[in-house]
Design a protein around this ligand. Sequence first.
Ligand code: FES
Length: 79
Amino acid sequence: MIIIYNSIMYVCLCSAVTTNQIIKCVRAGCKDLDAVTKQLGVGLNCGSCIYMISDLIANTESHDLSRPTDPDDYEPNES
Ligand code: FES
């Protein structure tokens, strides 16, 4: 299953880590779950975030971080 995350959301609630933090971590060189865990401290408590983090790692290239993720930066299309 491929899930596309186009907005910021918390993935690891225990460590307060968001989708964008994980995507940026992967793009900076953390290519597997162990590397992301060591870098961001995700998945070390309850572990319920592991599946979503693994999916994010596997599909990082499909995520567009150039889109506004802060609601204050969002400008709707005028059409
Ligand atoms: S939500 Fe990530 S360890 Fe609990």
